[in-house]
Ligand binder design. Structure first.
Ligand SMILES: Cc1cc2nc3c(=O)[nH]c(=O)nc-3n(C[C@H](O)[C@H](O)[C@H](O)COP(=O)(O)O)c2cc1C
Length: 730
């Protein structure tokens, strides 16, 4: 069963019942405050837990001329109906040990009565009651289908409550609050259905009546009330209701409803004349009522109010997400078999669709015949010359639902081999398998068609990155495509306020590089290897910097360019200045928790995350660092930090390569020199982390491939797949 079936069920249930759920939720929130308003009254006596029936009845007898009945309510208030010495009839709360009258019985206010009636039946009598019961059941199904969606998203029961990535406000809070309110909502709905079944007499009934042998009733031996063994041995807290004998006639008796049974007691001798246990149905009915209404517990009433308020948010956020998904539709002007360009889209939540649509519109605008469709609709395209695939990744590097059959279709569909293709992956660094499905598609499609551009990956829907790709594509294809940012840009949420607490001067550095230390206002959780996203022009243009977490602060290493948007922005700050940015979790480039041996390979500013990781290496794991810079003077910027890590044992070995010294060398040369050591590290499950320029990364990967072959290790791709080789290059 695919995720979409659950999603459509979830949505269909919500759409069909939303008006009732809305009304029931609003009234439910109001009603949660009724039990609270009762419980805050000062009628619960401190003596309640210790008082016995004997004590209470004997004091009551002394204080009032007649007692009609006694009731213990859900709040543990003792409610008595009595007739005073003056013949006045009173119903109110008493102290069970002193019989002191504490206050008159609380009557439910007309407002709460009105809301209760509306909540129960919408003033539609039986029809209304039925609809409310049905809507309770539908809400239960919505909660179940929602839980399945979360399970599918989180991939296992164990991870049901694990952290989720905040990519979108509505989606994030829909899931976070959904998980928190799940149990209360399930309880509210099941008890709601139960209470409806009870109202329609659909629950099993049991014949419960006393069987008293009136011939055997005797007035002797007569005992005082407080000496009745059953009264002495029964606490008031076990009692629900006591009905007093109607007259002094021996055939009239006490009827006492206890928590689990009802007993009948001879008013002269205290003998138990008859008893029966309540059927389970009675217990469930009472439990359902208390759980559904919050009676008897302020805490539970508050939980009910919050869970019910969350339902209102789910209605709003659920519809907002659906509208967003539906807004971006794929529309075609030409039939598939007359088009030269085919755009295939893989998207789960719809955010990739606007990118694909913008591209499609531009191609049409340029006079090209373009056809756009979902990846699962892949079929023969008779005239196609070029296929562009834009796809997101889900789960653990899996395809989105509308692309889950693509790889299979690719194998079975016969298509002209002269077609060229380009793949653009949409993903997020927050997931370990960054754009994995796009990479898989690229590998698979290579077997059928010609690659036009290397696979291009985009983090977090970056418009800037998409523009970079379209520029490269346009230049090579010679088709004018101009991306209108306003159609794609949604303003990034800059959640982190950062203050500059240390900055080195660019002019003092031979490579125009500076270190910038920033203090985050809120202690947001981040680790070295995460990325800092800044928006220098306050528009869609995003610049990412690798974070080193040093002494709890963010340390960046920035190369200054005269015309560089990001480096000029950061270099313009003085100590104490504050600006807003966004920290992106870069799960694929965190210091490995499990590996005992780590090899770090960096050039230039790529050292930044490693400085933070070394700072955090309090377990003194074996870490070797290969670091490439231009000159020995370039090292001055980092020297004191690296020296202190070496001295404290956080760094085991440092190997430097200087490209502009007389004996010029690069990190690749250092690795070749140490090939035996590197081969051993790979073989023994060590992790190699590479950070810096893409040119350096490509050079290093080539060397590693050679080492793998020479020492008969596994293929390099296997080490990349199992996370033993991690890269963060730009
Ligand atoms: C549950 C979930 C799982 C994801 N898994 C991955 C992943 O494994 N790798 C990745 O790069 N991105 C992953 N992403 C990020 C999406 O691919 C990314 O946000 C994409 O832009 C969404 O596009 P769409 O809205 O068109 O579906 C995941 C997102 C979600 C919500």
């Amino acid at each position: 069963m695919t995720i979409s079936i659950w999603r459509y069920s979830h949505l269909a249930l919500a759409v069909s019942s939303f008006a009732f759920i809305l009304l029931a939720s609003i009234t439910g929130i109001i009603l949660a405050f009724q039990p609270i308003s009762e419980q805050i009254q000062p009628y619960k006596s401190a003596d309640f837990e210790t008082a016995t029936i004997a004590e209470t009845l004997s004091t009551l007898k002394k204080s009032y001329s007649e007692i009609i009945d006694l009731q213990i309510d859900a709040n543990d208030f003792v409610l008595a109906s009595v007739i005073t010495e003056n013949g006045e009839s009173k119903t109110g709360y008493i102290n069970p040990k002193t019989a002191q009258f504490l206050g008159n019985k609380i009557e439910v206010s007309p407002f709460f009565q009105w809301v209760t009636n509306f909540h129960r039946s919408l003033f539609l009598k039986s029809t209304g009651r039925f609809l409310v019961g049905l809507c309770s059941f539908l809400l239960f199904l919505i909660a179940v289908s929602g839980s399945v969606l979360i399970l599918k998203r989180q991939r296992s029961f164990k991870k049901f409550f694990s952290k989720i990535v905040n990519e979108n406000f509505n989606q994030y809070w829909h899931i976070v609050l959904g998980r928190l309110s799940l149990i209360p909502i399930i309880i509210i709905t099941i008890t709601g259905v139960y209470l409806s079944l009870e109202k329609f007499n659909l629950l099993p009934t049991y014949n419960t009546s006393h069987n008293i042998n009136y011939d055997a009733i005797s007035e002797s031996p007569q005992l005082e009330l407080h000496n009745f063994p059953v009264f002495k041995n029964t606490k008031l807290s076990e009692v629900k209701f006591i009905e007093f004998p109607f007259s002094d006639d021996v055939e009239d008796y006490f009827t006492i409803a206890l928590q689990n049974r009802e007993i009948v007691v001879n008013q002269f001798t205290g003998e138990i004349l008859s008893e029966f246990n309540y059927p389970l149905v009675t217990f469930y009915s009472e439990l359902s009522l208390n759980l559904h209404t919050g009676k008897g517990s302020i805490l539970w009433s508050l939980i009910l109010a919050i869970a019910t308020a969350n339902i209102l948010f789910f209605i709003y956020s659920g519809f907002a997400m659906t509208l967003k998904r539906r807004k971006a539709k794929l529309k075609n002007k030409f039939k598939k078999d007359v088009c030269d360009y085919v755009i295939l889209v893989g998207s789960e939540n719809g955010s990739t669709l606007p990118f694909a649509n913008v591209l499609h519109e531009q191609l049409l605008h340029a006079g090209k015949k373009s056809y756009i469709t979902e990846m699962n609709n892949y079929t023969t395209f008779i005239q196609a010359e070029h296929i562009i695939i834009l796809t997101a990744t889900y789960g653990l590097g899996d395809p989105p639902t509308n692309a889950n059959r693509f790889l299979e279709l690719l194998k079975t569909t016969k298509q002209s081999e002269t077609i060229s293709y380009s793949v653009v992956g949409f993903g997020s660094y927050a997931y370990p398998d960054f754009c994995k499905f796009a990479l898989d598609v690229d590998s698979a499609i290579q077997l059928h068609f010609k690659q036009f551009l290397p696979v291009f990956t985009i983090n977090d829907k970056s418009v800037d990155a998409f523009k970079q790709w379209t520029n490269a594509w346009t230049e090579k294809m010679q088709v004018p495509v101009k991306i209108a940012e306003d159609k794609l840009t949604s303003k990034p949420r800059l959640t982190n306020s950062l203050t500059v607490i240390h900055k080195t001067e660019v002019i003092n550095n031979p490579d125009s590089t500076f270190l910038l230390t920033l203090k985050a206002k809120k202690a947001k959780r981040f680790v070295s290897g995460d990325l800092l996203a800044i928006y220098p022009a306050n528009d869609y243009r995003e610049r990412l910097y690798s974070i080193g977490k040093v002494d709890g602060n963010i340390q960046l290493s920035v190369k200054y360019y005269d015309t560089g948007l990001g480096s000029n922005f950061l270099n313009g700050f003085d100590l104490g200045d504050t600006f807003k940015a966004r920290i992106i979790n870069n799960a694929a480039f965190h210091f490995p928790k499990k590996a005992a041996n780590v090899v770090m390979i960096a050039n230039g500013t790529g050292i930044a995350p490693f400085l933070g990781m070394l700072d955090a290496n309090i377990k003194r794991k074996n870490v070797h660092l290969y670091f490439g810079l231009r000159t020995k003077q370039s090292l001055e910027l980092y020297n004191s930090q690296l020296e202190s890590y070496l001295q404290s044992g956080k760094l085991s070995r440092l190997e430097m390569a200087f490209s502009r010294e007389i004996e010029s060398s690069y990190v690749q040369d250092l690795l070749l020199k140490d090939e035996v050591f590197i081969a051993k590290r790979l073989k023994n499950k060590g992790v190699l982390m590479i950070c810096g320029s893409l040119t350096m990364q490509n050079g290093v990967l080539t060397i590693l491939e050679t080492i793998c072959k020479k020492y008969q290790l596994e293929a390099l791709s296997l080490y990349q797949k199992n996370g033993q080789i991690q890269t963060d290059c730009y």
